[in-house]
Design a protein around this ligand. Structure first.
Ligand code: UTP
Length: 817
């Protein structure tokens, strides 16, 4: 466990100075906790398998469903980024051997690879003289370990500090950056003795997360900077690796001309120097057409991505500025780390290359401006820093970059604010801002309406690229740093801010309730907080009037009056649809529709929790509002339900189910003992439905909107039905009543899943919106049912695939009266 000769605890990855210190350390709480976690992880790994060769469309539920054939599955963790693999944890180690015994595994028709999960110690001593791998520390990923670590503390403030401690650059990471920088500088100085290569951006601005890119600038100005790598001197052996023989290839004529910043010849020259002279670099390429041209490359050993720009002095200076803000007040860094992480999880910031998301720089300026606002006043504006400057003017590329970097000369004293309140305040503040009609100005520390900005800065406005989000660079005043952000991303940003505002104000957020698995930052950072929003539709069903069965009475009543028949049918269809959700699948629902004129509350018979907390309703409503904003007119996948009136016997009914359920059900011999987790421990109801109070939430489809409901499902009631149905259908009371049978099956499924607790939605629940519309065309009438995912798309799809068969099966047995 620990090698006392070197005083190194390899459980905690910690060097100690003496035998005594080692002894104390081993007795300490921290070591014991780490040891306990390590053992727990090892035990988990031994009960787990690695499942590879997956595709995006496969859901956790589908995988759980498949491996339940082997035995009880405790947990399935999916690779959330690429959806290529999953870790399946069984109830016991023996089940791993049983799973491995079978050579071939096919899920949903796709062959998957299964092997024993590898066990890596919780924290491992790094081999000496090797650089930490940037690949091994995914860029700022709030992985499970980070989430776990922030769950164990007592307040949101501690969570924020904990997040910062977990994500920030490690000394090894900083050291590696320093070495690369020195190595490049040594090479380039062979050509120009006065050239300097300096880092900027997140590697040095104090907001960098493990594995973040290394931004470098090549400049002939060797002025010392106000920030630096916080690391000891590099081991110069790295510099000795430069192959100077290659230098002969570069003659005088190829010397760098830095007057032409970033022209293609200069870029080409830089690429050539790096390729041929700098050891250990790969994928070297120039991007001459970028707003600020760069040469990109990768440090092979660590995987660290590097960019070199040329004479980008403004970036060096703005790095000094944002770095200084981080030093001015202790709340700034944890706040920036938290909000950057939230934005990353919600996929609204952290652009790689030119994309429509906010750059981290733009997001940081958004946070700084909020902290500068009169009401908050934790930070001074750049204008105030300029007023306090005593060091003479500094103009860069024509822009006034003079400002004080001296904490002591500042006149305004920062207001005392708790970090938790500042976080909540950030969301509250920006929830009120209409991004397209305002400019966020960190120079002034204000949000300025566009028309006033235009008037006040008339000289700039020709150049300033107004967009859906406007954030003025604090130094290069004509630059909108959010000019790349498109309307859709701005909508997402503003919607996610509103959702976060409601989340932050819920009791669950501030109060550490040990029975709840999610509280505080976990609600914001885990996808479970609501998950990334989906704008796509998972499916659309169509039911045609002429495919349905009608009683003699119905036909007689509406003979010759097709309008009346269609209206009556659609009324009955709405009732039927609600009955399937409420009575058969046990969803709790609140529905408002034009057909009903008033709110109706339907509550599941299996529901213990008859009412949602107002908070949860608020959060759901916020998310729903956001979804409404995001809904677009993208083409929808539509499936027509063909009601097969012939299929009403038990065998065919089972076949239908087989089709509708995942590959698990295609094996008649399988044992379908499925159980599911109960996310909150004791909540026994299957699903909740939330109200969409207006018809505007319906996606733009033809026809008349009949109904919209938003469902949050806690148990995947479509898993494991087949086995239970087989048992129940033998009981006389269910022989000729398919609705009663399916309703009883649902109740049983819920009970089993609640009891066993091991089938789990990625985010603790599944949310879908269901829209029902009536379309009249050429005298025919159809109903369209559209399903929009709110949480994990693959899981919603799994529900959709089940529902399309399930609904059609029940409908084929229904006679409209
Ligand atoms: P990033 O947006 O990459 O910010 O811009 P970051 O803080 O380095 O975060 P990572 O790298 O995503 O983790 C890098 C730097 O580029 C300059 C700023 O100096 C910023 O710190 N920059 C970026 C600008 O000057 N203007 C811009 O519009 C964007």
């Amino acid at each position: 466990m620990a090698s006392s000769s070197r005083y190194f605890c390899d459980v905690c990855n910690l060097k100690l100075i003496s035998d005594k210190a080692m002894e104390e350390h081993l007795k300490g709480k921290k070591h014991q906790k780490v040891e306990e976690v390590t053992k727990m992880r090892q035990n988990q790994a031994e009960k787990s398998i690695f499942v590879g060769n997956l595709v995006k469309s496969m859901s956790e539920i589908e995988i759980t469903d498949y491996f339940m054939k082997v035995g009880s599955v405790e947990k399935v963790i999916m690779d959330k980024e690429k959806h290529q693999y999953a870790i399946v944890e069984f109830e016991s180690k023996e089940l791993v051997q049983q799973a491995l015994a079978s050579k071939k595994h096919t899920i949903g028709g796709r062959k998957v690879n299964v092997k024993q999960r590898e066990w890596k110690p919780y924290s491992k001593p790094k081999p000496p003289h090797k650089h930490p791998s940037a690949k091994s520390t995914p860029r700022g990923n709030a992985d499970d370990a980070v989430i776990e670590s922030i769950a164990a503390v007592d307040s949101v403030a501690e969570q924020m500090h904990g997040l910062l401690a977990r994500l920030q650059l490690s000394p090894e990471d900083v050291s590696l950056r320093y070495l690369i920088c020195r190595l490049l500088q040594s090479v380039f100085q062979e050509f120009m003795p006065h050239v300097s290569i300096a880092p900027y951006g997140s590697s040095v601005n104090s907001y960098g997360v493990k594995g973040c890119d290394l931004d470098l600038n090549l400049t002939i100005d060797s002025r010392s900077l106000m920030y630096q790598f916080s690391t000891p001197l590099a081991e110069d052996e790295t510099l000795e690796k430069i192959d100077k023989t290659n230098l002969k290839e570069f003659n005088e004529g190829q010397m760098l001309d830095l007057t032409e910043d970033g022209d293609s010849a200069t870029m080409e020259m830089i690429c050539k120097i790096i390729r041929q002279l700098v050891p250990g670099m790969k994928n070297v390429r120039g991007i001459p057409l970028a707003r600020k041209p760069v040469v990109k490359f990768c440090h092979s050993q660590s995987g660290l991505m590097c960019d070199i720009s040329i004479n980008n002095r403004l970036a060096l200076r703005n790095t000094e500025l944002v770095s200084f803000y981080g030093k001015l007040h202790p709340v700034v860094r944890p706040l920036v780390f938290t909000i950057r992480q939230w934005a990353k999880v919600k996929q609204i910031a952290g652009n790689v290359g030119a994309g429509p998301k906010l750059t981290n720089y733009a997001l940081t300026l958004l946070i700084i401006t909020y902290l500068q606002m009169e009401e908050v006043k934790v930070l001074p504006s750049v204008d105030e820093l300029e007023a306090a400057n005593e060091n003479g003017e500094q103009i860069i590329d024509g822009w006034n970059c003079s400002f004080s970097l001296d904490v002591d000369v500042l006149k305004s004293v920062p207001k005392k604010q708790s970090i938790e309140n500042l976080l909540i305040g950030f969301y509250k503040f920006y929830a009120m801002v209409d991004f397209s009609s305002n400019v966020i100005c960190p120079r002034k520390g204000q949000i300025v309406p566009v028309h006033i900005f235009q008037k006040e800065a008339s000289g700039l406005t020709n150049e300033f690229k107004f967009g859906s989000l406007n954030v003025q660079d604090p130094l290069e005043l004509s630059h909108n740093v959010a000019g790349n952000v498109n309307e859709k991303t701005t909508k997402r940003l503003s919607g996610e801010i509103k959702v976060a505002q409601v989340v932050c104000q819920s009791k669950k957020f501030s109060k550490h309730d040990s029975e709840k698995r999610s509280w505080g930052l976990m609600l914001l950072l885990k996808e479970g907080a609501g998950g990334p929003l989906r704008t796509d539709v998972v499916g659309c069903l169509e039911v045609a009037f002429h495919d349905c069965s009608f009683s003699e009475g119905f036909r007689k009543k509406w003979e010759g009056n097709s309008d009346g028949a269609h209206n009556d049918w659609s009324h009955q269809m709405v009732a039927f649809f609600k009955m399937v959700l409420h009575d058969v699948l046990k969803f709790d629902c609140h529905v408002v529709s034009p057909l009903q004129k008033e709110n109706t509350t339907l509550e599941s018979s299996d529901s213990k929790d008859k009412h949602h907390s107002m908070e949860e309703m608020d959060i759901n409503r916020s998310r729903a509002a956001l979804k409404r904003d995001l809904e677009d007119d993208s083409p929808l996948p539509t499936k027509k339900i063909k009601i097969d009136k012939e299929i009403d016997n038990e065998v065919d009914c089972e076949k239908g189910w087989r089709d509708s359920e995942t590959s698990f059900t295609s094996d008649p011999g399988c044992s379908s003992e499925v159980s599911s987790i109960s996310p909150d421990g004791n909540d026994n109801h299957a699903a909740d439905m939330d109200v969409q109070s207006t018809t505007s939430s319906a996606i733009s489809l033809p026809g008349e909107h009949l109904l919209t409901c938003s469902c949050k499902v806690k148990f995947p009631v479509w898993i494991g039905r087949r086995k239970l149905r087989r048992i129940l259908m033998k009981l006389p009371e269910f022989k000729s009543n398919i609705l009663a049978l399916e309703s009883a099956v649902t109740s049983k499924v819920i009970k089993e899943q609640d009891l066993m607790g091991d089938v789990k939605f990625t985010s603790g629940s599944m949310g879908v919106q269901l829209h029902l519309r009536k379309v009249l065309e050429n005298g025919d009438c159809r109903l369209m049912l559209q399903m929009v995912p709110v949480t994990e798309e693959a899981e919603c799809k799994s529900f959709f695939h089940f529902f399309e068969n399930f609904f059609s099966k029940l409908l084929s047995n229904h006679v409209f009266q």
